[in-house]
Design a protein around this ligand. Sequence first.
Ligand SMILES: NC(=O)c1ccc[n+]([C@@H]2O[C@H](COP(=O)([O-])OP(=O)(O)OC[C@H]3O[C@@H](n4cnc5c(N)ncnc54)[C@H](OP(=O)(O)O)[C@@H]3O)[C@@H](O)[C@H]2O)c1
Length: 333
Amino acid sequence: MKAFIVKRYGKKEKLQLTELAEPRVKENEVLVQVYAAGVNQLDSKIRNGEFKLILPYKAPFTLGHDVAGVVTKVGSRVTKFKVGDEVYARPADYRIGAFAELIAINEKDVALKPKNLSMAEAASIPLVGLTVWQALVEKANLKKGQKVFIQAGSGGVGTFAIQLAKHLGATVATTTSAANIDLVKSLGADIVIDYKKDDFETILKDYDVALNSQDAKTLEKSLRIVKPGGKVISISGPPDPDFGQKINANWFLKIILKFLSAGIRKKAKRLGVNFSFLFMRAQGEQLSEITRLIESGVIKPVMDKVFPFEQTNEAMAYVETGRARGKVVVKII
Ligand SMILES: NC(=O)c1ccc[n+]([C@@H]2O[C@H](COP(=O)([O-])OP(=O)(O)OC[C@H]3O[C@@H](n4cnc5c(N)ncnc54)[C@H](OP(=O)(O)O)[C@@H]3O)[C@@H](O)[C@H]2O)c1
């Protein structure tokens, strides 16, 4: 099969198109013929080597965290899926490799693809959808009538987050630049701040939840717009000790994580705000919930560009500009 692999870590390194053997399917895995693969900032960060400490992939390895396709083989203990099922997934860490013609995925990480989406649209969902679910539902327990601040409402995470937060009954404030104001309003955002013109810190007050996806300065400001007892969930760092526990980090990494997040944890404590870092995880059951929301029309994919498979490097470069409006996908079939 054809696959785009990281041969060497580095910001200037390109993924290489290579011929690989078909993946071996373990007893609890399904083999998926990949029709489309979503492209995420995480792919570039891993290729650059920025995640080596917490996700030490050994090169060469196949990249790609979002897949939509058809099951072509099932392991002997697979119970939920059969050959021919149209599925989508964010394969688990260390089992990634969506930029390929085939991928083996643990069945617990897979869900049936929403019937009303194309393969390309479905491939745009899993990583950002699960991130938002784990932030707003699992961690924040966001409730009707609460106020949530979602940064970068026009991005992959933001476009999904606005829609889910509105569905949960929250008031949504978001940031974006002038060109994307109509987009985020169409998704349901109640308060839209042009971050190039206005400072959200002077506009927002007493929020229940903030979802931080930007730099350290923005994270600090987010602490100040949340009310005491409220929650700031950061998906762009810094990783905290809790995360170290979750990934079973060794003592050395645990010390680093403690050190990296010490400043922001201290500031949050002073303000009575609950700060936590989230690194999303693969989760087929939550993805099935997302399928239901998409099939009932509550959440719609927001697509920017679809690139052909051969242009996977170009697709990554486009995402790296930080200007994508919604999601970028690579089409394999
Ligand atoms: N920890 C996790 O599990 C996890 C999961 C998913 C994503 N992430 C991280 O979260 C971040 C966002 O991910 P994403 O997929 O949503 O990225 P993305 O799709 O690439 O975001 C692009 C969008 O961000 C907007 N933007 C850029 N700078 C902004 C700013 N200063 N203020 C407000 N909006 C801004 C852009 O709008 P304009 O063009 O209008 O500026 C653009 O629409 C990335 O760092 C990613 O790695 C983490």
